[in-house]
Write a protein that binds this ligand. Structure first.
Ligand code: LIP
Length: 282
């Protein structure tokens, strides 16, 4: 199902995109301005290094409250509080702090990711992002996109520029980002894959936030990003920013992007990178 199936016009999509921007920026300000001194780990999830802070929860609470006021008919899927059903067939997919470990360590690459999707957001390949916004408060930047309407970078000084990918056609000259999971066995496997990739590309970056990595592909700050094991909330908005800026966003060969694998790359290297990853992971 797409925007047409969701009966949304271009004007509707742009209005919803702007709402996603507003909400992402509100939550971005909250997590910076209200960060308590001596912020610690409130709880852990899949492992001791998969952390949640009190600000992850406050950010998602703010986003849910605002959506409850403005879009009560829509569903919500949030990283911390899960699924809330709606009646519109549309679902807001929220990562209240993407790059939580960076946030915990006061490193700048963390973001609030807000996407509006159609379809079943709990199943890979069964959903499509219609609008997305990724606010990176420490950079003073918000990346946003609407399906079929392009992608933009909004700077907190009020300026805005369209996003376009880099022109690249050689994998050996590509700057590629990736990330690693929170489970030791998964990280060992991912380490083997990136070790095989490293000599075949210009260099590798590990920023720590999928949403930012995907937006950086769209902004021409990376040639590609791939990762396995990230959730819909990590990638729903960033996928759309990257694709609307001209990147190819896929999963494994013949599969949609999702938790199993997401590969976002400039067209000239997407197939070569995906083939390289497929070979390395065997
Ligand atoms: C993060 C992802 C990142 C991945 C990290 C972590 P979180 O999400 O955005 O790409 O490599 O391990 O999963 O947990 O900060 O929301």
């Amino acid at each position: 199902m797409t925007a047409v199936a969701a009966n949304l016009s271009r004007a509707d999509l742009l209005e919803l995109r702007d709402l996603a921007v507003t909400l992402a920026q509100e939550a971005g300000r909250l997590i910076v301005n209200d960060r308590p001194r001596g912020l610690g780990v409130a709880e852990t999830k899949s492992s001791e290094v998969d952390v949640v802070t009190v600000m992850d929860r406050r950010s998602e609470t703010l986003l849910r409250e605002r959506l409850g006021q403005l879009r009560p008919q829509d569903g919500i899927l949030g990283e911390e509080d899960g699924v809330s059903a709606g009646t519109s067939g549309l679902t807001w997919v929220l990562d209240p702090i993407d790059g939580t470990v960076n946030y915990l360590y006061e490193q700048p690459l963390y973001a609030v990711s807000v996407a509006l999707c159609v379809g079943d957001v709990t199943r890979d390949g069964e959903w499509t992002s219609l609008v997305g916004a990724v606010d990176v408060p420490m950079l003073g930047e918000t990346f946003c996109a609407a399906l079929g309407c392009g992608a933009e970078l909004l700077r907190h000084d009020g300026s805005r520029v369209p996003l376009h990918i880099r022109a690249a056609d050689r994998l050996d000259l590509a700057l590629v980002a990736t990330g690693f999971g929170y489970a030791a066995d998964k990280r060992a496997e991912q380490g083997r894959v990136v070790a095989q990739l490293l000599p075949q590309v210009r260099d590798v970056r590990r920023g720590g936030a999928a949403a930012i990595d995907l937006c950086f592909v769209g902004a021409g700050r990376l040639d590609a990003y791939y990762e396995s094991g990230i959730n819909a909330w990590d990638q729903a908005a960033g996928q759309l920013v990257a694709s609307e800026a001209g990147a190819v966003v896929s999963g494994a060969p013949g599969e949609a992007p999702g938790k199993k694998l997401v590969v976002a790359a400039v067209p000239g290297i997407h197939t070569a990178l995906r083939d390289c990853l497929f070979t390395a992971s065997r």
